[in-house]
Design a protein around this ligand. Structure first.
Ligand SMILES: [Zn+2]
Length: 287
């Protein structure tokens, strides 16, 4: 059975480690991530963007697929199925479709509207035992066309969203989605500490977890980050392994063109990367 993310993140916060939130894109991603987490005895959050859900033929299909794969693989570690960066309508649709956790991202709205919509989604989700992540918008980002720093949130706005009873909170602390630029300024720990202070020990979420140096990950966890989102890193690993298979001409040897063979090195690369990140986040043997 899939579970909400509330309990696993409370435990992670108390135990000073972070639960990985790995984004899934298809059946192969789902199987590989679950395999890695089961072998490492790590709780896991499977993130699904609205775009990825559309690609996988809708929220209902995603929820059914993940439940069936989970049962068929006899997974014993806690698994939450979570909407990543959901819209207001998307979050509601996922709650209906069988997701066990949703993110409502109202960070692009003015704060009053973000609060209003977050409040509604929290009430709607909590009535069904589903966990909710909300996001506070930030300032910063690109200067003179160069992005050296991600957005940074206002702690006071974080307090307002926190007080709605959100289960975990995403707030910019200089993190960036995708590949980090070479001149990246790093995470803003001063703001992170302030946000944790005003949110009273609420589990915090670090987005853009692909390519952040290990020492910064560790420090962020020590300051209250309990969920780290990873998407890009697994995509890069999968692409690299698949490219190597083709470049070595393996698809032309025997039945190497069989998709189950062609996609196998990429899947193995995902498993290995997940395991390494689980160790970095400290969630191994925490299931
Ligand atoms: Zn994100």
């Amino acid at each position: 059975m899939l579970v909400s993310a509330t309990e696993m993140l409370k435990k992670a916060h108390d135990g000073h480690y972070a639960v990985p939130a790995f984004n899934i894109n298809n059946l192969e991603w789902t199987k590989s991530i679950l395999k890695a987490c089961e072998e490492m005895k790590s709780p896991v959050i499977l993130g699904v963007s609205e775009g990825a859900a559309k690609y996988m033929c809708g929220f209902k299909n995603v929820a059914d697929m993940v439940k069936n794969v989970h049962d068929a693989m006899v997974i014993t570690v806690p698994v939450a199925l979570h909407l990543d960066h959901g819209t207001y309508d998307g979050a509601k649709a996922c709650i209906e479709a069988g997701f066990t956790s949703v993110m409502f991202d109202g960070s692009h709205y003015p704060i009053a509207e973000n609060i209003e919509k977050s409040k509604e989604i929290i009430a709607y989700a909590h009535a069904k035992g589903i966990s909710v992540e909300c996001e506070v918008g930030g300032i910063g980002g690109t200067e003179d066309g160069v992005t050296s720093m991600g957005e940074v949130a206002d702690p006071e706005e974080c307090r307002l969203i926190n007080d709605l009873g959100v289960d975990f909170l995403a707030a910019g602390i200089g993190n960036i989605h995708g590949v980090y630029p070479e001149n990246w300024a790093g995470l803003n720990f001063e703001v992170l500490a302030k946000i944790q202070e005003v949110t009273n020990g609420r589990p915090l979420v670090l987005h853009g977890g692909s390519g952040i140096p290990k020492d910064q990950i560790k420090k962020a966890i020590s300051l209250g980050v309990s969920k780290i989102n990873v998407n890009t890193e697994l995509q890069l690993e999968f692409a690299k392994a698949t490219r190597q298979y083709i470049e070595e001409g393996k698809d032309r040897q025997g039945k190497g063109y069989d998709p189950r063979k062609l996609l196998a090195p990429g899947c193995e690369a995902i498993v290995n990367k997940c395991k390494a990140m689980i160790q970095d986040f400290g969630s191994d043997n925490k299931a």
